[in-house]
Design a protein around this ligand. Structure first.
Ligand SMILES: *Cc1c(COP(=O)(O)O)cnc(C)c1O
Length: 457
């Protein structure tokens, strides 16, 4: 049994949550509906059917608070779930903070991040409806790895469009995907019309998540045997990730704790949502809690974007969704937190930021890696550069607690390990990592393309 002196707090396999938590049932106001990219009219489940299985579409629009996790998915979850909750005692000591710091470690999954929590569920629902092949995009390679793993379990083919800069920066992520049986191409690629068009305009395009999404969507839309799979942003993806927060709640309860602050890094919003939504359910119903989503200053969607309708991809083939966005044409700088380089964010997370239930902040790369090193030298785990954004915020909050003499409880999501990111660590350790803050003119330019799109009423 865990007690207040424990370093790791474990649950039994039988304590894995049997249901996902759907925050749509508790929102303070409804999500603006997604709109058809051509007509601008609200889309229905049938519009999504060429891309997704009905099982996932129904989750996407569901208002039910609890949604059952299928037995087959639970069985695969047991390979690494429940994930451990750690008390970061050594970090607390280094920081001389009265705060108590806990982290949920999702790097124990076979792919090294939280992403298999949804990949397994998505592959399952596709397989169940007779789909043979899934197409997807990947930035840093974590999502591609997770989906390759999931497809391998269910005997599905997997085609991954990998953002070109990452394809060259992280060759071993590609090897990992291929080991699990996926086919991987650098995006923009010559395999799709969208990719060929971008290559014709700019043969040296470094690619972006938005471009890779366009390619993967086109692939699925033009083949009968193929569906598309997205690793973040969508409601059903965030839903699947709530196993993280639901487990964390039980683990904290086992040592008599409730968090004052919940922190996660935010790329598309899925690991932040996965940890925080089960706690935000209590905040919506009156409990005191701060939830902080952390993003890079080079891609400051929540902190400097505008809340409006925008495409999920660059070409403009996905539905329009209401979110904080830097514009679908935005191509972020090649920072090392590849998983945090998306021009938009999950509509659910954006709504919660807009309604004041979630705080957002942005950090530069060097302070983020400084935090990663402090963490690695105290807690020993090498965090993913994405997760290190959360750690930066945790250290700053713990420092505030020290100055104010407050013994608050801080919980954060250590969304993955950084074993494939040693190039980024090298750059930091040799003083070659550049801080890049997005200039306002670059935001203004990217936002111009939004003028002709519908507005949130
Ligand atoms: C993909 C990824 C992220 C960012 O994606 P979210 O959907 O915002 O969670 C963060 N951390 C790690 C380790 C990732 O792989």
């Amino acid at each position: 049994m865990a007690d207040s002196s424990s370093t790791k707090i474990f649950l039994e396999e039988k304590e894995i949550p049997r249901q996902w938590y759907n925050i749509a049932a508790d929102l303070p106001c409804p999500l603006p509906p997604p709109l058809h990219p051509g007509t601008g009219k609200p889309i229905g489940p049938d519009d999504l059917a060429p891309l997704f299985p009905m099982g996932l579409i129904l989750q996407e629009v569901s208002q039910e608070r609890w949604i059952d996790i299928p037995e087959e998915v639970l069985k695969i979850y047991t390979l690494w779930r429940p994930s451990p909750l750690y008390r970061a005692r050594r970090l607390e000591e280094v920081l001389k903070t009265p705060a108590r710091i806990y982290y949920k470690y999702e790097g124990v999954s076979p792919a090294g991040s939280h992403k298999p929590n949804t990949a397994i569920a998505q592959a399952y629902f596709n397989k169940k409806e007779g789909v043979k092949r899934l197409s997807t995009e990947t930035g840093a390679g974590q999502w591609g790895s997770a989906l390759a793993l999931a497809c391998n379990f269910f005997g599905l083919e997997c085609k991954v469009y990998m953002v070109k800069v990452s394809y060259h920066q992280k060759p071993y992520r590609r090897s990992m995907m291929e080991t699990w049986g996926a086919k991987v191409v650098a995006s923009p690629s010559s395999d799709t019309q969208g990719g060929r068009k971008i290559l014709a305009e700019d043969p040296n395009s470094p690619g972006s998540l938005g471009i890779a999404i366009s390619e993967a969507v086109e692939d699925a839309a033009t083949r009968d045997d193929t569906h598309y799979s997205l690793g973040s942003v969508l409601n059903h993806v965030l839903l699947h990730q709530t196993v993280i927060g639901l487990e964390a709640k039980k683990q904290l309860a086992a040592v008599g704790e409730t968090p004052d602050i919940v922190i996660g890094c935010c790329g598309g919003g899925s690991n932040f949502a996965g940890l925080s939504f089960p706690f935000l359910a209590d905040k919506i119903h009156g409990k005191q809690l701060r939830a902080i989503a952390v993003e890079p200053a080079a891609c400051p969607t929540l902190t400097r974007g505008v809340y409006t309708y925008d495409f999920g991809d660059t070409v403009g083939v996905t539905p329009l969704v209401a979110m904080y966005t830097l514009g679908h044409k935005f191509v972020p700088a090649g920072i090392h937190a590849g998983g945090l380089r998306y021009h938009g964010d999950s509509p659910l997370v954006c709504l919660l930021v807009k309604e004041g239930l979630v705080e957002a902040r942005a950090y530069l790369q060097n302070p983020v890696f400084e935090a990663a090193i402090t963490f690695a030298r105290s807690e020993a785990i090498l965090p993913a550069p994405e997760s290190a954004h959360a750690i930066r915020a945790v250290i700053d909050e713990a420092e505030r607690c020290r100055l104010e003499g407050k013994a608050q409880t801080i919980l954060f999501n250590l969304s993955g390990h950084g074993h494939f990111d040693m190039g980024a660590y090298d750059a930091y350790l040799s003083g070659k990592l550049e801080d890049y803050e997005l200039p306002q003119e670059s935001i203004d330019r990217a936002l111009k393309d939004l003028a002709s799109l519908p507005k949130v009423s």
